[in-house]
Design a protein around this ligand. Structure first.
Ligand code: NDP
Length: 407
């Protein structure tokens, strides 16, 4: 559901979303990012580092054929995010071809994906994804930097020793400085505490986020994979230290619905989505495709070039007979309604008004195109929603629980 006028011109407008019936903000756009990159002379600029040189043109996008993506307001903040965002967690390491990385990022930006999500440790090795985007921000994306929301995080292990992970002030701020160096930026748009650290006072972790914002190194602050109780506590502390937490980034998909579940440790038994909705906190839903399980990727085995085959965070145990059976049933249902499983998974994750943006990964521009096309698809049927509700809410794929949201 693109919201630009056919002539590509116009002012800000707001359209009801076909899934949730909510109002989306569509930014005024006169020319595409590709046009503006071209106008500045940066399109097609061949980088000096030959490993970053493109095989072909910078991307397949053309100025005429793409309207802006719908954007949604991030909670009560003034910041809007695209309904679909791109994350650089996987496929942006040193071993992944730089030309492909470049193609995916530029394709996304040219198609209106204004939000690019990173963390200090994305790679491998940690830092590689930020360096890769840094190359693009120094060249092709330079003219459009202020049209992008670039986010990063710190919390999981990035370096050796006691200051290489966690929620301490020392780690968070040193890590942010290192991220800015790798990105070649003087600020990121959102800086996140990547995980809850039970060994550090929340006042210290949230205080470091406040410093990041006050010092200008981050425009906004957020948290990631915090339980409902910890989210509530973090919001209280944020008020005390005088910073607005504007977003929580959480895993959420048809196979992983923990954010809807009442938190047994929360005094009111609220869920993460309850707290976010009540407090005006934006929600960015990551891994909405369950790392690729909610696509056609694993319906007929494990392809050699897939995430599961690479031995990464998509663990073999996740592709159990029971889980694959769920996936096949969902795929049959999606096809019966004339769409792909990936489209169904994306529409499902964004059906809740409290979800601002679904944060996807991609290993090719083809995948990205299929995922963006979900925004043009009709809403999910009652039959599809019921089929998802019949699945277990926890299929054992939430690898972030034991390291953050269960703490
Ligand atoms: P997804 O659930 O979207 O999985 C992406 C993977 O699914 C792709 O790499 C690809 O796998 C496969 N895929 C995507 N589209 C298609 C398609 N149309 N058809 C077939 N396969 C497809 O998200 P991710 O797990 O990648 O996470 C997205 C982002 O979320 C991350 O990059 C990061 O920014 C953020 N994140 C945040 C975390 C946090 O702790 N805050 C933790 C994890 C992620 P393949 O590579 O096999 O082709």
């Amino acid at each position: 559901m693109h919201c630009g006028r056919p002539d590509g011109a116009g002012t800000s407008t707001s359209l009801p979303h076909p899934v949730a019936g909510r109002h989306l903000i569509c930014p005024p756009v006169s020319r595409s990012p590709r046009d503006r990159r071209a106008a500045s002379g940066s399109v097609g600029l061949v980088p000096t580092d030959s490993s970053t040189a493109p095989a072909a043109g910078p991307s397949a996008a053309s100025s005429a054929d793409h309207a802006p993506l719908p954007h949604r307001r991030l909670g009560r903040s003034g910041l809007a995010l695209p309904a679909v965002s791109l994350g650089l967690w996987q496929n942006f390491g040193d071993a992944d071809p730089r030309a492909t990385q470049r193609e995916i990022v530029l394709h996304a930006v040219d198609h209106g994906v204004t939000h690019l999500d990173l963390a200090n440790n994305y790679g491998p090795p940690g830092g590689a994804a930020e360096e890769s985007l840094g190359h693009l921000l120094a060249r092709e994306l330079r003219p459009v930097r202020d049209e992008l929301v670039v986010t990063t995080k710190a919390g999981y292990r990035m370096g050796p020793g006691p200051y290489g992970e966690g929620g301490s002030r020392k780690y968070l701020l040193s890590s942010l400085d290192a991220s800015l160096r790798r990105l070649g930026l003087d600020h990121v748009d959102i800086f996140y505490s990547h995980r809850f650290d039970p060994t550090t006072p929340l006042e210290e972790t949230v205080g470091a986020l406040a410093t990041a914002v006050r010092s200008g190194r981050a425009r906004y602050a957020g948290i990631s994979s915090y339980s409902a109780r910890r989210t509530w506590e973090a919001l209280q502390v944020a008020e005390q230290v005088g910073v607005d937490l504007v977003v929580t980034q959480v895993s959420y998909s048809m196979l992983n619905r923990w954010v809807e579940e009442p938190d047994p440790h929360d005094p009111a038994g609220a869920s993460v989505l309850d707290v976010a909705g009540a407090e005006g906190l934006g929600v960015v839903a990551f891994s909405p495709l369950a790392q690729g399980m909610l696509t056609d990727r694993y319906l007929h085995g494990v392809p050699d070039d897939s995430r599961a085959a690479r031995g990464g965070p998509l663990r073999p145990a996740f592709l159990s007979d029971a889980n694959l059976d769920h996936v096949r049933r969902l795929d049959d249902l999606a096809r019966a309604h004339g769409r792909s499983l990936a489209t169904t998974a994306i529409l499902w994750a964004m059906r809740d008004e409290r979800v601002t943006s679904v944060l996807l990964g991609a290993s090719s521009t083809r995948q990205l195109d299929e995922n963006l096309a979900a925004l043009d698809a009709p809403p999910l049927s009652a039959e599809e929603l019921a089929a998802v509700d019949a699945l277990p809410a926890d299929t054992g794929i939430n690898i972030w629980a034991s390291r953050s949201s269960d703490l």
